[in-house]
Design a binder for this molecule. Structure first.
Ligand code: ADP
Length: 277
């Protein structure tokens, strides 16, 4: 359960201040304590996330060393170990991404990248992820977007592809995932990912972008989740002055949308042979 507001705590120090006088220094240490608790929780979470696949791998290695297994079993065990190895690689890579996002200055105007190219890359990733997970999904990608957006392209791609891969991972076979770009009436641009997955109950929504927060731990694990995807999305969105909106109805599906400020988007220059458009 989420912790409610912590009462303010004040640290008071008396400092010598010339000719026998004392200077009273007081400061609110609540924020410091909260930061320290968050840091401790984070280290505990990371350790737990790394320990689980390591324990599984160590178990398999011991089995391979001690039991006279046939070729088929050996192959199966090696496959499972390799899965755990990939899981740790993904976790470390997400951790590095997060730490880079937290430790570097916000991107300036940067490069301009066509939205359609992000959508095309997300589409390729979604197709291969659905095939790896052996899912049959109705995937719609509107790759006709006629705008480009500015900022760090690798960060935008990572935010968009995290939303798309979540939709693919959480939507059961037979469901639908629709990824679209549109210009809102107020001139801002919106990238949205809509799915017919399990949906998310309202009480979870405020915590969804916390590191390692998962609604359904086992479903996240089964599909290779690290619990860091939404935290990455939140950072990218904040760093670019964009906004993240989540609408979800349990049993119906979810819609995750990133709204781009008008200053970060512009129409693509049309080339003469731009086709039907
Ligand atoms: P994970 O790696 O566990 O998916 P994320 O940070 O990407 O971690 O997402 C946090 C949690 O939000 C997930 O564990 C899942 O419970 C929930 N979630 C994210 N996207 C969806 C979605 N499209 N449908 C249902 N639940 C979702």
């Amino acid at each position: 359960a989420g912790s409610s507001a912590v009462p303010a705590r004040v640290s008071v120090q008396l400092h010598p201040y010339g000719q026998g006088r004392k200077l009273l220094l007081s400061r609110d240490v609540t924020a410091l304590e909260q930061a320290e608790t968050m840091r401790r929780d984070f280290v505990a979470n990371v350790s737990h996330e790394i320990r689980t696949p390591l324990t599984v791998m160590a178990g398999f290695i011991e089995t391979l060393q001690t039991l006279p297994l046939g070729e088929a079993d050996r192959t199966r065990y090696l496959g499972l170990m390799s899965q755990q190895g990939s899981r740790m690689q993904t976790l470390v890579s997400d951790l590095l991404t997060l730490s880079r996002l937290e430790g570097s200055p916000a991107p300036g105007a940067g490069e301009w990248t066509p939205v359609a190219s992000f959508l095309a890359q997300c589409e390729q990733e979604a197709l291969s992820l659905a095939s790896v997970l052996d899912k049959s999904l109705d995937l719609h990608f509107d790759t006709t977007a006629h705008h480009e957006v500015s900022g760090a392209p690798s960060e935008w791609l990572s935010a968009m592809s995290n939303l798309v891969s979540n939709a693919v991972r959480y939507t059961p076979s037979g469901g639908e995932v629709a990824v679209a770009w549109r210009v809102l009436p107020d001139g801002r641009g919106e990238f949205s990912v809509r799915d017919t997955g399990p949906g998310i109950a309202a009480e979870h929504l405020p915590r969804l972008t916390e590191r390692f927060y998962r609604v359904d731990r086992s479903r996240s694990r089964e599909t290779g989740g690290t619990g860091l995807g939404m935290a990455i999305v939140k950072h990218v969105v904040q760093r670019h002055g964009a906004q993240l909106r989540i609408d979800s109805t349990p049993g119906v599906g979810s819609c995750f949308a990133i709204t781009f400020p008008a200053g970060r988007m512009r129409p693509l220059k049309r080339t003469k042979d731009a086709g039907s458009g």
